[in-house]
Design a protein. Structure first.
Length: 204
């Protein structure tokens, strides 16, 4: 979830005639709605979210089973649910970060633990959006995220949503860089840095 390289066109970024070609700002690149990825060669659009395939502790097959096949024993991984050894229960959720100057937030699809009780509540309401209670529930983030989150556990609040939307995650630790980012937002430049970190930075 490779570092992006910044390239310059001509010495000092000048055109042949010395007339400086103004490079689009990070905000303009995002607002344009699309950019060509320098790493994977694909065209991406904004809003463009990143997502972790599985919780970091998952060591099983790199493929998903169907949600309908969920089992509470052994190991299981689908697009939305994960069980490890019948003891640890995780859901795919979304961590939203406001982007300064833009209307749409930046979303990171990542995984969080839940207690078995809350995991079962989430399953019960996942399809129709009717939950026995709406939390928030306590969990632990299960993915490292760029330079925000390392291997140490990070406590999050898990907020279920209606209409089969994935739950939202809110960092509980006051002062943590990711909590500050969720509270104050990040710059468009920072968004592009994160895209480049994961191999999806725009071609300059």
């Amino acid at each position: 979830m490779s570092q992006g390289r910044r390239s310059l066109r001509g010495r000092g970024g000048l055109t042949l005639f010395g007339l400086g070609r103004k490079r689009r700002s990070a905000a303009d690149q995002l607002k344009s709605g699309s950019w060509h990825c320098a790493q994977c060669g694909a065209d991406h659009g904004w809003p463009f979210d990143l997502a972790a395939f599985a919780p970091d502790p998952w060591t099983g097959p790199v493929s998903y089973e169907d949600n309908a096949g969920l089992r509470m024993k052994g190991d299981f991984l689908s697009e939305d649910f994960c069980v490890l050894g019948g003891e640890y229960f995780m859901i795919r959720a979304v961590l939203l970060i406001p982007v300064q100057g833009l209307e749409e937030p930046f979303g990171i699809g990542c995984w969080s633990t839940l207690s078995r009780t809350n995991f079962e509540k989430y399953i019960e309401g996942f399809d129709d959006g009717t939950y026995p209670d709406w939390g928030p529930w306590s969990g632990w983030l299960c993915n490292q995220l760029a330079d925000y989150v390392g291997p140490d556990p990070l406590a999050v609040s898990v907020e279920p949503r209606k209409d089969r939307q994935r739950a939202l995650l809110w960092v509980q630790e006051d002062g943590h860089p990711l909590a500050v980012a969720q509270d104050q937002g990040i710059t468009p430049e920072r968004v592009l840095e994160i895209f480049a970190y994961y191999g999806h930075g725009p071609k300059l």
